[in-house]
Design a protein around this ligand. Structure first.
Ligand code: IVH
Length: 664
């Protein structure tokens, strides 16, 4: 194929794939099947590889993300991202309406919209191409998350249509649909990772993952609700959104124009019930004056627009009976009381359990067995008890007496004055604590061993593992004897355990599960004290003198190492060949002295290797060019837009060969 034919075919495929993406992710009307789609994509990938000079950062092939760990650059918003005033009742809405009528004498309409519950995002387009995506941040400046946002299929990388301004911003909400959220949490629980509390946390957490190929797996989605710019196609906000829809943006189909506040209230009442049938979360309704001229007339206060307000739905409540309380013991020995309820329907699901947090909470609510209690779902997985209907209380009900011994091992519980929780101190023998410690040890940020909670339980119940170091004594015969294990899965588990011997010391230290030693503290300790022996031998005052190590962490470390059992476990881990010493990167040089570097194009070595080179020379890889960038490193076929921008901002540009010389 000659160059011209290749270029034409690439252009055609890009347009075709963009259109299919739009039909599938925005309009819900696909007209080809997955196989046919993959076929087009494959063809484009091959052609782009064969013709690297036609590289385009906005090509649909760029949506898969990459595994370069990006630090997010902070970018100032052109128009500040303000929040909205909240209302909770019809009365407050009527007041809002009266305030507006004082300024605006002519007729006006309200645009009523769903208030999506996710993470807000500002997208910047220039000449029909997505240039940049920035989070709300503090409203004045946010994080540049362009690479991550590019993986969201309903966000167009290129748009086409009529009246597209040369430059504009469009704002919206990135969210995670219920189904995706449930699947993700299921997976996380199986992997022994902490489940996300709700789809909102999950969406905003996903947006901040440093590795965009991981973000791509999260299947985020995005509704756009606000078009901004100097030359917009219409003076009506809702019309602008409809026009933006025709360019390829995902705009909600539930926007409604209301002629007065009564119609707004009707819309709110409708959605208060109907919201439970949506496939995503909304937490209220947004009401905006539709005419942009009238919006301008009303203007802004310091924090919010005067032309828009939100109405927040009340958290749904249900009344049911508290049947009993069970006490759960976690990895650290903390005891959590959980209420067992008579099953009741709440916001579309049947609720059987609710969290009671701790003894103080039980006292505060004065909740008793047999009480009629109010449960509320505030977007968390496990609902909470928010009150008691004392009118229905039976005369002989008694105050709940918090347990005094561990429900799992019978050891007397302890409570420290400065903490709300009760603890079981039997950390070396209490089964859920032992299992919990092993689950923590194998988790992703620790030893990253590929096993779920169920496997740990089975190994533990069979008596094969009692503590973390026993994992390294497991045999093939033991694993295969467990239900559900076959030759391949048993080998995989053993390989994963074996591979964990390469895990760096800081992660091993985190994996030990010393109370209050999170990953950050583990990294700080490893960096300063270098090895486990030094940490073990350090006195309390030596520890508190370390950078970023406070008294609580220091005390906890001393306590951990004063236990002979822990010393023995560490000895076993050492014999098993784990990394108990920090490996200083011998190649680490300071040639780049924390320079912020953006790379573009193809290099003679892989991007992963380039990244390693930058990091081992104390440079920082960032994702997009701004005036904070120190160096622009170009490979072959560097993106012309980036090159131009680097020139414009006067950023030093360097090619691969010179870069190699620089770091030698
Ligand atoms: S308009 C100046 N419309 O609610 C007005 N916001 O507290 C800008 N939100 O941070 C916001 N759905 O993240 C608007 N249909 C909608 C919305 C919406 C959700 C979020 C947005 C904003 C927050 C306001």
């Amino acid at each position: 194929m000659n160059k011209e034919t290749a270029k034409n075919r690439i252009d055609f495929l890009r347009q075709e794939i963009d259109a299919h993406n739009r039909r599938y992710y925005v309009e819900n009307k696909p007209n080809i099947n997955d196989k046919e789609f993959d076929f087009l994509m494959k063809e484009l990938e091959v052609l782009e590889k064969e013709n690297p000079e036609y590289f385009d950062p906005n090509s649909p092939t760029q949506r898969v993300g990459n595994d370069i760990s990006n630090e997010f650059e902070q970018v100032a918003h052109k128009y500040p991202m303000l929040s909205l005033g909240n209302t909770y009742s019809a009365e407050e809405l009527i007041n809002f309406d009266s305030r507006i009528r004082k300024t605006i004498e002519s007729n006006f309409n309200y645009s009523c919209e769903l208030k999506f519950d996710g993470a807000s995002i500002s997208l910047h387009y220039k000449n029909g191409k997505l240039q940049r995506a920035v989070t709300r941040g503090d409203g004045v400046k946010g994080d540049d998350v362009t690479q991550n946002v590019m993986t969201i299929k309903s966000i167009p990388l290129s748009i086409s249509g009529e009246n597209i301004p040369a430059e504009f911003e469009i704002r919206g909400e990135i969210f995670m649909p219920h189904k995706v959220f449930e699947d993700l949490n299921q997976q996380r629980i199986e992997m022994g990772e902490q489940a996300f509390a709700n789809p909102r946390n999950s969406a905003s957490g996903s947006l901040k993952i440093l590795n965009s190929s991981e973000v791509a797996k999260r299947k985020l989605d995005c509704f756009l609700y606000y078009l901004l710019g100097e030359k917009l196609p219409s003076f009506s906000h809702s019309e602008n959104l409809l026009i933006a829809k025709s360019w390829g943006f995902k705009v909600s189909e539930h926007i409604k124009i209301a002629k007065n506040i009564e119609e707004v209230i009707e819309y709110i009442n409708f959605w208060d019930k109907e919201r439970h049938n949506l496939e995503y979360d909304i937490d209220g309704i947004v009401i905006k004056i539709d005419s942009i001229k009238q919006q301008d007339e009303l203007g802004f206060t310091a924090k919010t627009p005067r032309w828009a307000i939100s109405y927040k739905f009340k958290a749904e409540q249900a009344e049911t009976i508290l049947e009993s309380i069970t006490y759960q013991v976690g990895r650290t020995g903390a005891v959590t009381p959980v209420a067992n309820l008579q099953p009741v329907l709440l916001a579309g699901t049947t609720v059987k359990r609710a969290s009671l947090h701790n003894q103080d909470q039980i006292k505060l609510l004065d909740v008793r067995i047999g009480d009629f209690v109010y449960v509320e779902k505030g977007g968390e997985i496990i609902p909470k008890i928010v009150g008691v209907n004392t009118n229905k209380r039976t005369e002989n009900s008694k105050e709940i007496e918090f347990i005094s011994t561990c429900p799992e091992c019978n050891t007397p519980l302890e409570k420290h004055d400065d903490e709300a929780a009760h603890y079981c101190p039997n950390e070396n023998n209490c089964p859920p604590q032992l299992k919990g410690k092993i689950e923590h040890f194998i988790s992703r940020n620790a030893l990253n061993i590929n096993a779920g909670e169920a496997t740990i339980k089975a190994l533990f119940d069979a008596g094969f593992i009692k503590n973390i170091s026993d994992l390294y004594k497991l045999t093939f015969e033991q694993i295969i004897s467990l239900e559900g294990f076959k030759e391949k899965s048993a080998t995989n588990l053993l390989t994963s355990i074996s591979n964990s011997r390469q895990i760096p010391f800081e992660n091993v230290l985190f994996g030990l599960g010393i109370r209050h030693v999170g990953l950050t503290s583990a990294k700080k300790l490893a960096k300063q004290l270098k090895n486990i022996k030094a940490i073990q031998n350090a006195k309390l005052d030596e520890l508190t003198q370390l950078e970023d190590i406070g008294e609580i962490v220091a005390n906890s470390i001393v306590r951990y190492f004063s236990d002979e059992k822990n010393i023995q476990i560490i000895e076993n881990l050492k014999n098993a060949g784990l990394q108990l010493e920090r490996i200083e990167n011998e190649n680490f040089k300071n040639k780049l002295n924390e320079k912020k570097i953006v790379i573009s194009g193809t290099f003679s070595i892989s991007r992963e290797e380039i990244k390693k080179l930058i990091e081992s020379n104390n440079g920082k890889l960032i994702s997009s060019i701004s005036n904070k960038t120190d160096l622009f490193l170009c490979g072959e076929n560097v993106g012309p837009a980036k090159l131009e921008k680097a020139k414009k901002l006067n950023i030093a540009t360097i090619y691969e060969a010179d870069f190699m010389k620089l770091i030698e």
